[in-house]
Ligand binder design. Structure first.
Ligand code: AHG
Ligand code: MN
Ligand code: MN
Ligand code: MN
Length: 335
């Protein structure tokens, strides 16, 4: 018996029926992002064949070497969001300033989108999962051109929705609103994202911790003590394993599905952290929080940090609520 699985479009329409007064703009925005994701996945999954591996020769505002696929993904997202009618403008890891879609229709759109077009791009050439991360905010100033200060620099708890796409053995889009987190796997037979993981919940405990051990001696003593606790756990049959892909999307996706904790602390080289608040930490913190997990910068909830600039970075610890709470115990003990 063929099991009826809702496509992303059918799911968004089903959700719309629950809210007859909804304009459908947010649903259309999600469908636009889904379309861009399919185009990105098509290119990522044939990167070794298409001449699209390697760097562009440019560096972005973070001083990172921009990969050709970073740019391809960035352009796909801008194209569908500009063409659609639900987004007034975007901010991207790969663009120094925001991009306002300055036409009458888009200028009156309710939403702005911030995204990391391709996360984990250092892994592209070695065929390790990468992803796209996005956060959607309702504009404060509208109609008219969007404004960075009021429309983009909003704290993460004001996200209307957030999501990511992981380009792995399969492409999966995980999307959260306050009502819940749902996962859609791309079915290549019909070219549609299909609801494969309804109502995703982050287990309150897990058995993996995810961190770049290579920076151990650059971490604070509280972080070092927590890592020792995870490693000694094995003796007390707590049994933590270390898993680190080096693509935040992949490490957080595993954490959402199986439980665990992902840590990217400040280091001596990056005293404010490496990961970007607006288009990496906030969207993923929103998703994990809706799913019952926690996300902190060590002192405060990620979602309550007040952003001062588009590309600011933050230390980040997110995952199973009980594991993040245990880590916070090490921070408070260290004063
Ligand atoms: P991006 O590819 O978008 O620049 O992000 C890379 C980030 C993130 O995906 C990952 O968690 C982190 O860089 C890995 O950093 P290290 O190589 O320093 O561990
Ligand atoms: Mn980058
Ligand atoms: Mn990234
Ligand atoms: Mn990126």
């Amino acid at each position: 018996m063929y099991k009826k699985v809702l496509t992303l479009d059918e799911f968004t329409i089903q959700q719309l029926r629950l809210f007859p007064h909804a304009t459908g703009e947010l649903s259309a925005l999600l469908r636009d992002i889904g379309l861009a994701a399919k185009r990105i996945y098509a290119e990522v999954s044939r990167a070794g064949i298409a001449d699209i591996l390697g760097a562009t020769g440019d560096t972005n505002i973070q001083g990172e070497e921009v990969q050709q696929l970073d740019l391809f993904a960035n352009n796909q997202l801008i194209a569908v969001l500009r063409h659609g009618m639900s987004c007034a403008g975007i901010a991207s890891e790969e663009m120094e300033d925001m991009v306002a879609f300055d036409d009458a229709v888009n200028n009156n759109s309710k939403y702005v989108v911030m995204f990391d077009p391709l996360d984990g791009s250092s892994n592209i050439d070695i065929n390790i999962p990468t992803g796209t991360i996005f956060g959607i905010y309702r504009r404060i100033s509208s109609p008219g051109a969007p404004c960075i200060l009021t429309d983009f620099l909003q704290p993460g708890y004001r996200q209307v929705a957030a999501g990511y796409v992981i380009y792995g053995p399969s492409a999966m889009l995980v999307y959260a609103t306050r009502r819940g987190v749902n996962g859609f796997t791309l079915d290549p037979a019909i070219g549609e994202f299909c609801l494969s993981h309804p109502n995703m919940v982050c287990p309150e405990n897990g058995s993996t911790y995810s961190i770049n051990q290579g920076y151990f001696f650059q971490y604070t003593s509280a972080v070092q003590q927590y890592l020792a606790f995870c490693q000694q756990g094995a003796k007390k049959s707590v049994g933590y394993s270390q898993r680190y892909v080096g693509s935040m999307v992949a490490d957080v996706h595993r954490t959402l599905l199986k439980g665990g904790i992902f840590l990217y602390p400040a280091t001596a080289a990056k005293p404010k952290g490496k990961l970007r608040l607006m288009y990496e930490c906030n969207p993923l913190a929103f998703i994990l929080t809706v799913a019952g997990g926690k996300a902190t910068n060590g002192a405060a909830s990620i979602l309550h940090l007040l952003p001062a600039s588009l590309h600011e970075v933050t230390p980040v610890y997110m995952g199973s609520a009980n594991m993040v709470s245990a880590l916070q115990g090490f921070f408070s003990a260290s004063g």
